[in-house]
Design a protein around this ligand. Sequence first.
Ligand SMILES: Nc1ncnc2c1ncn2[C@@H]1O[C@H](COP(=O)(O)OP(=O)(O)O)[C@@H](O)[C@H]1O
Ligand SMILES: CCCC(=O)OP(=O)(O)O
Length: 360
Amino acid sequence: MVEKEYKILTINPGSTSTKIAVYENEQELFRKTIDHDLEELSKYKVVADQLPLRKQAILDCLKVMNFSLAQLAAVSGRGGGGLPPVKKGAYRVNPVMVDQLVHRNYSDHASNLGALLAYDIGNGLHIPAYIYDAVAVDELMDVARLSGLPELPRVSRCHVLNMRAVALKVAEKMYKNVEELNIIVTHMGGGVTSSIINKGRLIDLIADDEGPYSPERAGRVQCRKLIDLCFSGKHNRWSATRRVKGEGGLVAYLGTNSALAVEEKIKNGDEYAKLVYYGMAYQVAKGIGELATVVNGKVDVIILTGAVAHSKMMTEWITERVSFIAPVEIMPGENEMEALALGVLRVLRGQETANEFVEN
Ligand SMILES: Nc1ncnc2c1ncn2[C@@H]1O[C@H](COP(=O)(O)OP(=O)(O)O)[C@@H](O)[C@H]1O
Ligand SMILES: CCCC(=O)OP(=O)(O)O
């Protein structure tokens, strides 16, 4: 039997760029990163307002690639943290989800544009739009929801798309099913998040505001000091949020969000840069230790992933502190485009059913 051919456009919007790729079944046909002018983006008060600009940039890019949109079977966008807690897997983007992201968004992050762009482009072509393994996937066990303040229950917000994709790959390498394993995954990009995937379920995590600092985020800071800073007169809501997300971590200490640039400084003998970068590894390792307690230390494998996992310096520092817990697998980069395409491919093939997003 001839296999049906599905072409899928995947869209992954970040704070400074929009990554797109086109897949034909499992095969990536091409991938492009569209860089946006930061000054242009900063004119928009909320990310949803960037929709026309980013859509046009995608269409222009596909035109340059000589790719005819009429070939597409579906569009798949990254599902952001602006959604309320959702299930893992696929959701078909519908008007209720669009309304939620535009008017009742939980967190204003570029990834929310994944659903909006997919829906807009899909509608124009009369093809379905999906999100897959959204940042807002929430499978936390009850005890993990407690924070110390009943009015501030913990919620799950992490790099689920890449985490689940690499967990599946590593399990396959180990000749096991994810359902047989306890896996700790740490994603290190502009933000760092870690999770514990217990027999396939992401039961607890360390989000980007409750753990290690990262290239551009402050991570966990002592909360009384944060309250003082917020009321010091130096900040409004926007600038305080920006300080912890965007201007925190390596940016705050070293004036750059580039781990690569920091490594250059270290190679040139900058001892302060080394201390700060080592501090990030130290905090990542501490977080992994914390998550190991969730499964009483019975961890089968620890995975380090994301762009910063390309760094030998960073992964060696972390590994030397956590390898007593379990073997460490380095899976550098992010598998997000592939995960978006393969998830939706399973839906189109009828191997997986997309969830329906309903009013929350
Ligand atoms: N080969 C590398 N070694 C170390 N760090 C890297 C490497 N490549 C990219 N990075 C760092 O990864 C961070 C960006 O991660 P990325 O996943 O692209 O960002 P985002 O999470 O915003 O999508 C930057 O600090 C960048 O310098
Ligand atoms: C909080 C997890 C989602 C996230 O931070 O994504 P980016 O690193 O892409 O900003």
